[in-house]
Each structure stands twice: as C-alpha cells, then as structure tokens.
Design a protein. Structure first.
Length: 190
C-alpha cells in the first residue's frame, strides 16, 4: 500500500515494462492536484518553478536516503537533522474539531503551501522509521521499474512493487533468458 512519502517519491515514474514512458511527474499540474487530493493536503497549483525545483531536490534526496536504508546503511545524525529541517518548516496548530464519529484533537497546518507538504512527507517518512524499519524500504527489483515501497509482509521478502506485474514480468524474462541459453547450448553441440 502506498504511503504519503512513497507516493511522493514515485512521482519519478519509470515504465516497469521497460518502454519509453518513464516520466518525472512532479512538475505535472494534474499529478500535483491528484497527489494533494489523495492525501488531503493543500498547496497552490501549479507549483512555481522555484517550488518545483525545491520539491524535486527534496524528493531525490529522500529517494536516495530510502535506498541507502534499504541497503542496510544506518540512519545518521545528518539524516535526522535534514528531516527535522523539513518538518520544522511546516508549522501546525492544535485544534479541537467535531467529526462524524465524534470529537477529535488534531494538528492543522498553518499554511496551505508546498513547504507544508514537504513537512508532511518528511514526517510520514520519519513515522515509518519509528514504527517500522529502514531495511523494509525497497526499490522494486525490476531494474526498469525501481518503484519505492515499504515491505509490509511478515516474511520481509517482497522483492517487487507488485507480484502480478513486475514479479510476473521478471519471471517471464528469466524463463526466456534460460531458454535462449539452452538453445545456444544445443547449437554448440551440433
Ligand atoms: Zn515494480
């Protein structure tokens, strides 16, 4: 299941079938709108050139951090300070609100801004580390895909973003490679 931070990082989309449909969706206004809607966040659309470039550099750094942690590297004080900086920039206030199910004390963003969105993404990443573990962060094993996800399986063995899609595709590729190898062997024997 997508988390706020994986959804954000995966705006850097790669065509898992190995085609040429890979695209960086971050600068795309309709991606921005859908992303904000999915997570009930608010910010001006489209993001300005400066905002887009800030978002992109934050995303790329977050992506490399996730990959580093997935490879068993440890979370450093520098990473901690980096995440704290982003979280600090998005201030929240406490509010007592009524909901359909009753009352709730909740944290409400002070501004409807991309800085706030990055703070939420950073916090969601930090919560993943608090409640889970960095090693469960994964990049899909299909080299064409590289979709970032969090392995929620009990066995901790999820290799692909989706077994039906990337998992099957890689199975077919392995099968074909093997068959090709065998047919080459047969040719050599002749
Ligand atoms: Zn994949």
């Amino acid at each position: 299941m997508d988390r706020l931070w994986t959804d954000f990082v995966n705006s850097d989309y790669h065509d898992w079938r190995g085609g040429d449909r890979s695209e960086d969706r971050l600068g795309n206004a309709s991606w921005q709108q859908d992303f904000l809607n999915r997570w009930q966040l608010e910010a001006p659309i489209p993001a300005s050139i400066e905002e887009e470039s800030a978002l992109r550099s934050f995303r790329d750094d977050l992506q490399s951090l996730a990959i580093r942690l997935s490879n068993g590297k440890s979370f450093t004080e520098k990473d901690q300070a980096w995440l704290n900086d982003f979280m600090q920039a998005g201030e929240v206030i406490r509010r007592f609100i009524s909901k359909e199910q009753g009352w709730e004390v909740t944290l409400v963003p002070v501004q409807a801004h991309w800085v706030q969105v990055m703070a939420e993404v950073a916090a969601n990443f930090a919560i993943t580390l608090v409640e889970g573990e960095g090693k469960r962060m994964r990049s899909c094993d299909n080299p064409d895909c590289r979709w970032i996800f969090y392995d929620d399986t009990r066995s901790r063995t999820q290799k692909y973003c989706d077994d039906k899609m990337c998992g099957n595709l890689m199975k077919v590729r392995r099968f074909r490679a093997k068959r090709k190898m065998h047919s080459n062997e047969e040719k050599n024997e002749v």
